[in-house]
Design a protein. Structure first.
Length: 434
């Protein structure tokens, strides 16, 4: 008999009852079902209030990146990620940047964009004038929805009106610009857009449809720059100046080729998203905004652009720069609820969302530099795959006292594969003790 995922009243069940249902549905063993148990220190009540149909929690490794100095201040950076080498690479890159004076970072005001879509407008150009003519009233109406945000210096600050031709006719798109202060701003902006939509539609003499925040936060940017001294980049086979040139060559490919640019920007987000997750922020929003911003940067030509740039200064050192949208907050959401996220924010010691954004930009630049340096010298495989080999060895069933020996064999043979790991384990265990 076929199983059905249509389970009436599943949301009404307790956590324990849901676990029994899914264990029976999937035929889980007792050991398999136990992985859904909540770890010590986690209050199940918090998690069940965060999302629906909770059965457990999913832990990612949480590492600490060291050596970061940003705007003259030292930070230990919590990073939650499953990919090996990311934390080590960020730490090593920060050490090189530190020798060049550390990271210098800045942010724009934390302004988010809400969109109101108006359809069936007969005179879109005139409608734009009518909407802008009522700007002050509309902003006051929006700010009435969040007086606390206004009290702390935030709130709706401006309106923009775009006329957008589409295959389904011309649309009038109103942008509400909201200073979110230390919040991510999603709920506040959505609420304001909902409130304004009827009046905006009346002014445009059209019909309001979408009323929602945009994750392309082009008004909420973080920038960082760092100098990586050439003499610290030398390897056994290449001089520092040679490595600088090789990194510039690698960056140039990303600037002209979308296939390389996708991986270039993904490496940046390895670092950024790891910190976003660790602090309980919305990593999907940050990822979406960053990758769309890469296309937005290419609007005057090309397909997509790297989020970083690299240049050589007069001394021959490598100078890296990054600019990314950073819609993160310190109040509301999981950041204010999840105990690990709260501890990580305390570890960072950040006092504002803008300071957190500066850290994200700095980590993204560090991560990208580390990847380019590896690609341009020893290749990405050496350091990354040595760490990956540890996962392979563990997956193959190696005990803690066997992992190092299995990894050594896999790396020496350049065969980082699960089947070879199992073969190596069998050989080791058959061999007589020394």
């Amino acid at each position: 008999m076929a199983r059905s995922s249509e389970i009436s009243g599943f949301y009404k069940l307790s956590v324990e009852e849901r676990r029994r249902v899914i264990a029976e549905w999937a035929g889980l063993t007792e050991a398999e079902a136990r992985v859904y148990d909540f770890p010590p220190g986690i209050d199940p009540g918090i998690l069940t209030r965060m999302i629906e149909n909770v059965v457990g929690s999913f832990a990612l490794p949480l590492g600490i990146a060291t050596n970061f100095q940003i705007n003259g201040q030292d930070y230990l950076i919590p990073m939650a990620i499953e990919e090996p080498s990311v934390v080590a690479a960020a730490s090593n890159a920060a050490k090189v940047a530190r020798a060049g004076g550390g990271f210098t970072a800045q942010t724009t005001a934390p302004v988010m964009i809400g969109q109101i879509q108006i359809l069936d407008v007969a005179d879109p150009v005139a409608a734009r004038v009518r909407i802008l003519g009522d700007r002050e009233n509309l902003l006051a109406q929006a700010n009435a929805k969040d007086p606390m945000l206004v009290k702390f210096g935030g709130g709706a600050k401006d309106l923009e009106v775009r006329i957008v031709p589409t295959p389904r006719g011309t649309m009038v798109i109103v942008h509400l610009l909201v200073d979110a202060r230390d919040a991510g701003g999603m709920n506040a902006v959505n609420t304001m857009c909902e409130a304004l939509a009827p009046n905006v539609a009346r002014l445009a003499q059209g019909r309001a449809v979408l009323r929602i925040i945009s994750n392309l936060a082009v008004e909420r940017l973080a920038r960082a720059t760092a100098t990586f001294p050439a003499h610290l980049l030398k390897t056994d086979t290449a001089t520092g100046p040679d490595v600088v040139e090789a990194i510039l060559d690698a960056y140039t490919l990303a600037s002209v080729d979308p296939y390389r640019c996708a991986t270039h920007n993904k490496g940046i987000m390895n670092g950024v998203s790891a910190v976003v997750i660790a602090t309980g922020n919305d990593f999907r929003a940050i990822e979406s905004g960053a990758h769309t911003y890469a296309a937005y940067l290419a609007r005057d030509g090309g397909v997509v652009r790297p989020l970083t740039t690299y240049e050589k200064n007069a001394a021959g050192d490598l100078v890296g720069t990054i600019e990314i949208p950073t819609a993160v907050g310190l109040i509301g959401g999981a950041t204010a609820v999840h105990p690990t996220a709260k501890a990580n924010v305390r570890l960072l010691g950040v006092k504002s969302a803008q300071e957190l954004a500066q850290i994200l930009a700095s980590v993204g630049l560090a991560q990208n530099f580390a990847a380019l340096r590896a690609l341009a010298t020893e290749g990405i495989q050496r350091g990354h795959m040595e760490l990956h080999a540890r996962n392979i060895a563990a997956t193959a069933g190696a005990r803690s006292d066997e992992v190092d020996r299995v990894v050594a064999r896999l790396v020496s043979e350049h065969a980082i594969r699960i089947d070879r790991a199992r073969e190596v384990l069998e050989e080791m265990r058959r061999a007589p003790p020394p």
